[in-house]
Design a protein around this ligand. Structure first.
Ligand code: KIV
Ligand code: ZN
Length: 510
């Protein structure tokens, strides 16, 4: 019999805590629906007491999602737990309260200013309080891997004694090594007398690039729930990457006979959707979901793969939802072929969305002969982006070159009103950005700007990603167009819209 590993997805909570990854309520729901398709066991939807927006997001996910359990994070206090429960209640018996407290000396002394005995008492109180609301209680010992082991064992024994069904061992600062983490899990299994009454979970951060390795090591040592995020997003260097963990378990089932319930064919669609919602790029060489993960450039590799796939391919592109079919669409392609292609790429659009994207496809096909999958991704993702936009680019033109002063002329809709301006800059992007800031009345700092070709060929669309700092908050924006300056303007405006949506979300009342 192969043991099952529960996949606890925290993309919408720990993932969302990474700079620039904030999502609106509706975006969270869209991602949660995709996680449901991916068949994760638990969706951690947010930290309800952290903000009104987070509370609303968790509530919406709890009300809508029908398959996976829905978890909400709460510190070890009655107020936090009650707030989480109010948001989670609509999920009924699939609602999970996830409460935590730090247990390492360094956190207890400098952050909590609590003694060990006080932390033990708070653990017992918090878990018992949550247990009065639901039997589905998870307890996390924050910074567990830097906690003195006999004390960690006492904390877990207390949590299980008070009713925790799952005990989570976070490597909060991504400090542990695989062999060390295995020893910690073994130690806990041997030294927590009631450990058999709870599921052991692990939650690894990637500061040393070891989150997946540490999680796998923990599974070998007896952990049966792994906490992870799509594309490995998360605080600092991120969390354990869901797709890497799941594909490692699947590919090396000979050495690690464990199964997950994940529908791996939904991996690419999940990765792409997250990118579109947050604008957080996936590095091209990222395992499993990176653009190059299945590209065999070197002649010797191509030759081998063409003769016999298994020479260089340890998993198939189809198994993660990547199509092997490089069918190219063009201006004569009909709605039927277009729809088929989108379904193949993992997109499920309703008729109204399909109509809009098909219209955009036709106008792109007038400008560009061959439409590749990457172009389709960009079209769909633009359509799926936030609906209520404060700022919209109506039209623009730019003059630049080696003798003319770079000038951008822009027409935008700002809060429903049409505004126009013409601005001179150091270069065409500078002129464009100055025009946008003038029309929108915003004053962001451009922290990062990246331009790439979306596909091959000189007629490829430009793919621009920007990162802006506005009032101390990072926002990412993304824009695609066959003119690279228009792509840059769209990316800038996209980031401003995301910021506006986040600001709006903070105002929601309940
Ligand atoms: O990294 C961490 O310790 C956490 C806990 C709240 C589970 O995210
Ligand atoms: Zn974490």
């Amino acid at each position: 019999m192969t043991a099952s590993i529960q996949i606890f997805d925290t993309t919408l909570r720990d993932g969302e805590q990474s700079p620039g990854a904030s999502m609106t309520r509706e975006e969270k729901l869209r991602m949660a629906l995709q996680l449901e398709k991916l068949k994760v066991d638990v969706i951690e939807a947010g930290f309800p007491i952290a903000s009104v927006g987070d509370f609303e997001g968790v509530k919406l996910v709890a009300r809508t999602i029908k398959g996976p359990q829905v978890a909400g994070l709460a510190r070890a206090s009655a107020a936090d737990i009650d707030r989480a429960w109010t948001a989670l209640k609509p999920a009924g018996d699939r609602a999970r309260i996830h409460t935590f407290i730090a247990t390492s000396d360094i956190h207890m002394k400098h952050k909590l200013r609590m003694s060990r005995e006080e932390v033990l008492a708070a653990t017992a109180r918090a878990v018992a309080h949550a247990r009065n609301l639901t039997a589905n209680v998870e307890f996390s010992a924050e910074d567990a891997t830097r906690t003195e082991l006999p004390f960690l064992a006492r904390v877990l024994e207390t949590a299980i004694g008070a009713g925790a069904a799952v005990v989570n061992i976070p490597d909060t600062v991504g400090y542990t090594l695989p062999s060390e983490f295995q020893r910690i899990i073994h130690y806990l299994r041997e030294n927590v007398p009631n450990i058999h009454r709870a599921v052991i979970s692990v939650h690894c951060h990637n500061d040393l690039g070891l989150a997946v390795a540490n999680s796998l090591a923990a599974v070998e040592a007896g952990a049966r729930q792994v906490e992870c995020t799509v594309n490995g997003i998360g605080e600092r260097a991120g969390n354990c990457s869901l797709e890497e963990l799941v594909m490692a378990l699947r590919t090396r089932n000979d050495l690690m006979p464990f199964q997950t319930g994940i529908d791996t064919r939904q991996i690419m669609a999940s990765s792409k959707l997250l990118f579109s919602l947050t604008g957080m790029m996936v590095q091209p060489n990222k395992a499993v979901v990176g653009e190059n993960a299945f590209a065999h450039e070197a002649g010797i590799h191509q030759h081998g793969v063409l003769k016999e796939k298994s020479t260089y391919e340890i998993m198939t592109p189809e198994s993660v939802g990547l199509s092997s079919n490089n069918l190219v669409l063009g201006k004569h392609s009909g709605r039927h072929a277009f729809r088929e292609r989108l379904v193949h790429l993992g997109y499920a659009l309703d008729e109204a969305q399909l109509d809009k994207v098909f219209g955009r496809f036709k106008s792109l096909a007038d400008r560009k002969k061959k439409i590749y999958d990457e172009d389709l991704d960009a079209l769909v993702l633009e359509e799926l982006g936030p609906n209520k936009k404060r700022y919209k680019l109506i039209q623009m033109s730019v003059t630049s070159g080696s003798f003319a002063a770079p000038t951008a002329t822009l027409e935008m809709r700002v809060d429903g009103k049409v505004r126009k301006t013409a601005v001179i800059g150091v270069g065409p992007v500078d002129a464009t950005y100055k025009a946008v800031t003038q029309l929108t009345g915003s004053n962001p700092r451009l922290k990062h700007f990246m331009l790439a070709a979306l596909t091959r060929g000189t007629d490829a669309q430009g793919d621009c990603t920007v990162r802006l700092e506005i009032d101390g908050r990072m926002v990412v924006g993304h824009g695609v167009h066959s003119d690279i300056i228009v792509a840059s303007a769209k990316a800038f405006i996209d980031a401003l819209n995301r910021y506006a949506a986040i600001e709006e979300r903070m105002k929601v009342t309940y």
